[in-house]
Write a protein that binds this ligand. Structure first.
Ligand code: HXC
Length: 518
């Protein structure tokens, strides 16, 4: 009989331990995970990362006071690093087959250690959440785990892009780490986020609601705005995360990646772009059609697509360079700025500013939304966030006034006095304190009331007002519009502006941080 060498025995022990850790919560729980339409944590990582690039760390971590039942090796979360499309990415994936992916003290430490690594090496971090929240059996230990993660999320904010994928329940503490990250993806049918589940709600407020209605992907992507993306399947979700990463730099000291140069000449004219505008100023049109004509290859990576549809935000490439786009959507509520639209755009602008992404603003806005509901819900406070975000941003800011820019909404949308760098206007641009109809009813009220033919008088007054007060040339006369451009030249003008602004440096006075009206 051949005796095994000491070293062989030790290697065998390592292999056994690995096998044990890889088995996670066991075959039965893995089968339940699949039966509920979900992939396992390991399967998710495999789909997300380039083949054989993911390296797991801390696989043998387990809670200190492990009883028989609790604490499988790894303790319910896989952490590590690898490559996505050749770029370094850190990732953790909670394993629902181990005590419902609940967070223990030590699994909290694992996640924090990975976040530290991501910050040190300057790589984006992705968290895949599938968790019942704080591990009940660990009490203060698990709460402390969450506090440390939240702290690290805030430290990492603006340093590295942080992305959360909700791929199962995210209950209690499991909601707030994603909420502190930059982007949240939810998968239809399997993802639910809530602070307290339907049972607690029933007991406390006597309301009856299903898990899906309360915290499903539809609720959070179209109503609450908590989630940025609602995706049909996990595979679609991982592909979309890869797409998102292709627009982002690794960290705040790097530039976003450039794409492969496109074939069409960047300075080609587009003689029919102005046909997108309808004949009358009061008629809506689809702003996305204008965006498509300006960007490379029609690719707008839209964010918050289903939330506050009156404003469009998203990443795109223009002449192969990443750009953050903010644009009104006249198809929805005439493109008016309300609370949700203001907050949606403000947060996006701050992300772009933190990660060196130039902002292109396309303007067609009738004003801030009037109404009792908006006023009592704080449109003053929330609208101020958008002013703050634009004024604070030091990345290149280019705007194109397509049609209307009235009142406060003119000011807020990257105007010259908020330090817009290059402000273009189409000849169809209109800038005024308010729309012509409202304005003449105020300043000529008496004259109209006393007129024998008020309709004819109004038509004349409207024409005069539009010509005298609203034309873009008045703003151009004051240097508040840098150039009135022909629509056909829009893309080439933007490309030139991006090029000239690529060396922009802006120095603000030293301060700890501003006091944005949250
Ligand atoms: C310990 C947990 C757990 C938890 C689930 N499990 N949540 N173990 N701590 N928080 C365990 C279950 O006991 C079960 O173990 C396994 O995970 C799967 O759970 P099921 O309930 O069988 O799964 P399912 O029916 O799919 O329901 C999933 C769920 C439900 C909706 C997430 O488990 C649930 O409601 N959990 C509690 C959610 C919650 O209220 N969390 C808040 C914690 S307070 P076995 O051994 O049977 O397989 C919190 C405070 C922090 O997080 C606040 C910071 C801001």
């Amino acid at each position: 009989m051949v005796l095994k060498k000491d070293s062989d025995k030790k290697i065998e022990k390592l292999q056994n331990l690995r096998q044990k850790a890889n088995a996670a919560g066991g075959e039965k729980r893995i089968a339940t995970q699949h039966a509920s339409g979900k992939l396992t944590a390991r399967e998710r990582i495999e789909l997300l990362f380039d083949k054989n690039t993911f390296q797991e760390i801390d696989q043998f971590v387990k809670p200190a006071n492990t009883k028989k039942e609790t604490g499988v090796l790894g303790d319910g979360v896989i952490t590590g690093y690898g490559k996505i499309n050749g770029r370094k990415i850190c990732c953790y994936a909670q394993d629902f087959t181990v005590l419902g992916g609940s967070l223990s003290e030590i699994s909290g430490k694992k996640i924090c250690k990975l976040m530290d690594l991501a910050m040190k090496i300057g790589s984006p971090i992705i968290g895949i959440i599938d968790s019942g929240g704080a591990r009940i059996q660990e009490g203060i230990g698990s709460l402390s785990g969450y506090s440390s993660i939240f702290y690290k999320n805030v430290q990492a904010s603006g340093i590295i892009p942080q992305i959360s994928i909700i791929a199962g329940p995210a209950a209690g503490g499991a909601t707030y780490s994603p909420a502190l990250t930059d982007f949240i993806f939810m998968v239809d049918g399997i993802s639910q986020m809530y602070i307290t589940g339907p049972d607690v709600i029933r007991a406390v407020t006597n309301e009856n609601i299903s898990h899906e209605e309360l915290g499903g992907s539809n609720t959070h992507s179209s109503k609450s705005g908590v989630s940025h993306f609602s995706v049909k399947s996990e595979i679609d979700c991982f592909n979309m995360v890869k797409d998102l990463l292709s627009y982002l730099p690794q960290n705040n000291t790097e530039e976003p990646p450039t794409s492969t140069p496109i074939n069409t000449s960047p300075l080609e004219e587009d003689p029919t772009i102005s046909n997108i505008l309808p004949p009358k100023i009061s008629q809506p049109y689809d702003m996305k059609k204008i965006i498509q004509r300006i960007i490379d290859n029609d690719n707008l990576f839209e964010i918050h697509k289903e939330f506050a549809k009156n404003i469009i935000i998203g990443f795109s490439k223009i002449n192969a360079q990443t750009v953050g786009i903010v644009a009104q959507q006249p198809l929805h509520m005439g493109g008016v700025l309300d609370i949700d639209a203001s907050v949606k755009a403000a947060r996006f602008i701050r992300f772009c500013d933190a990660f060196n992404i130039p902002i292109l603003t396309l303007i067609d806005v009738p004003g801030f939304m009037p109404g009792v509901d908006q006023e009592s819900s704080g449109i003053i406070r929330h609208g101020a966030k958008l002013i703050y975000a634009y004024a604070e941003a030091t990345v290149p800011k280019i705007s194109v006034l397509i049609r209307k820019a009235y009142g406060g909404a003119y000011i807020v949308m990257s105007s010259k006095d908020l330090c817009g760098d290059i402000n273009f206007s189409w000849p169809t641009g209109e800038i005024a304190v308010m729309g012509a109809e409202g304005a003449i009813n105020i300043i000529h009220r008496k004259q109209i009331a006393e007129s024998k033919d008020p309709e004819t008088l109004k038509t004349k007054l409207l024409e005069d007002y539009t010509e005298e007060f609203m034309s873009p040339y008045i703003a151009a006369n004051k240097g508040l519009i840098d150039e009135v451009i022909e629509p056909k030249d829009t893309r080439s003008k933007i490309i030139s502006a991006l090029e000239i602004l690529s060396t922009k440096r802006e120095f603000a006075p030293q301060k700890k941080h501003g006091t944005i009206p949250l």
